[in-house]
Design a protein around this ligand. Structure first.
Ligand SMILES: [Zn+2]
Length: 423
């Protein structure tokens, strides 16, 4: 099962690459982030429940963690149209969807996926248990109004039609694998069975969900690494690399034990639990992109990490490295330019080089940022306010899952080596 899962992702990735002529150079990165207000704005909460069609014989549901289906209509002849909309606008192109479908008798149906003013960024994944996912067979996928560009949003179709076999056992159709707050908490708790790992809330989200922190510490020192992930709900591939990164740092290898003999590790794996559980495209339930709020701190999720860092620093902690995991069109590193960070930032660039040397099979672009004020994004806040060499670590939406895991592991090993060499 696992084998098929990884292999399918690999094949899918190959297909994706073949269709994108400039993919060899990879994603060139986004431009400078505009300064925007992060005061709360209204968001539309989706109706949650079950739709039934054809005399209660075909059913659709969005009523589960991370579910998103804003509307579904029957067009007759086993054809349906799904409407996927955002929590509010303006918003970037990351139309998340996740729903279940089943029927009283086995049949094949076609679903037309529409995304309001957006386009089809995420290739559909299918699951029968909500835990193990495989990409939809490409024979059952048709792009409509195909993109005219060669990369990113311009290269994907506006609408897609998918066909699926349904029966009494519901199947999940989702934009990426499901990692809602319950599944993430289970992962944290499974790691926290180790004696040197504890977990606690550092705050609450707007809808009062826990912002959980994982503390890896044997209580002997005051130097630490800070890691966060999932400010943006659909960015599951960044989360998966982060998960492997953390598991390696918490592992039983002599290298990891040596690392923990000198350093503590603080992790907030799910920065935006409301956004994730509501199936949001990007924002929290204040309608705000959290990764623009690290200057004014209008949102409770960012406030909780700010307060945590200030408390730890006033308790004598020195932060030696910070990483924020995200996903975008392809793997890319966003460090802070060396003209700003100088000697202090050298570890970040050494780290990127070392990971690249260990993983030559996939090219990863590096795009250093030359603007760090106003801080706005976590990486800048980490550096400006806490002197942390810091990076935004981006993984591709379609990066093969076995490679994500390998990259997270190698990234952890290389960081441990560099920190060891710093003493
Ligand atoms: Zn992001």
């Amino acid at each position: 099962m696992k084998k098929i899962f990884y292999t399918s992702f690999f094949i899918f990735s190959l297909i994706a690459c073949k269709n994108q002529k400039t993919a060899a150079q990879g994603y060139q990165g986004q431009g400078k982030s505009a300064v925007v207000s992060t005061l709360s704005k209204p968001v539309q909460k989706q109706w949650k429940g079950i739709w039934s069609f054809d005399n209660e014989s075909v059913f659709f549901s969005n009523d589960f963690e991370s579910g998103r289906l804003n509307g579904i209509t029957s067009d007759g002849n086993n054809h349906y149209t799904a409407l996927i909309t955002a929590e509010n606008t303006p918003i970037n192109v990351s139309p998340w969807y996740a729903f279940k479908v089943w029927s009283n008798t086995p049949k094949t149906i076609t679903i037309k996926m529409t995304y309001q003013d957006s386009r089809s960024r995420y290739y559909p994944k299918i699951s029968t248990d909500g835990v193990n996912f495989t990409p939809l067979d490409s024979a059952n996928f048709t792009g409509i109004n195909k993109g005219t560009g060669s990369f990113g949003i311009k290269a994907v179709p506006e609408i897609v039609e998918i066909s699926v076999n349904i029966s009494q056992k519901p199947i999940f159709i989702t934009a990426q694998e499901l990692y809602g707050s319950t599944r993430v908490k289970n992962w944290i708790d499974s790691l926290a069975t180790k004696p040197f790992i504890s977990t606690y809330e550092i705050g609450r989200s707007r809808e009062k969900r826990a912002v959980n922190l994982m503390e890896v510490s044997n209580g002997k020192h005051k130097k630490a690494v800070m890691v966060i992930s999932r400010q943006h709900p659909p960015e599951v591939t960044g989360f998966l690399a982060m998960k492997s990164f953390i598991e390696t740092l918490c592992g039983d290898s002599p290298k990891a034990q040596k690392f923990r003999d000198k350093y503590d590790l603080f992790v907030v794996p799910l920065m935006n639990p409301d956004g994730v559980d509501n199936g949001n495209w990007r924002h929290n339930m204040g309608g705000i992109d959290l990764n623009r709020d690290w200057q004014n701190f209008n949102q409770p999720e960012t406030q909780s990490v700010r307060d945590f860092l200030i408390k730890k620093e006033s308790g004598g902690y020195e932060f030696v490295f910070g990483a924020d995991f995200h996903s975008t069109w392809d793997d890319i590193y966003y460090p802070i330019d060396s003209t700003i960070t100088g000697e202090k930032g050298k570890i970040v660039f050494d780290w990127i080089n070392n990971i690249t040397n260990k993983l030559p099979q996939k090219h990863t672009n590096v795009k250093p940022s030359t603007t760090i004020k106003p801080t706005m994004v976590s990486r800048n806040y980490f550096y400006v306010n806490h002197g942390m060499p810091a990076i935004v670590f981006e993984l591709g939406d379609n990066t093969p899952r076995d490679f994500l895991k390998e990259k997270g592991k190698v990234a952890a090993e290389e960081l441990m080596d560099l920190l060891e060499g710093q003493d």
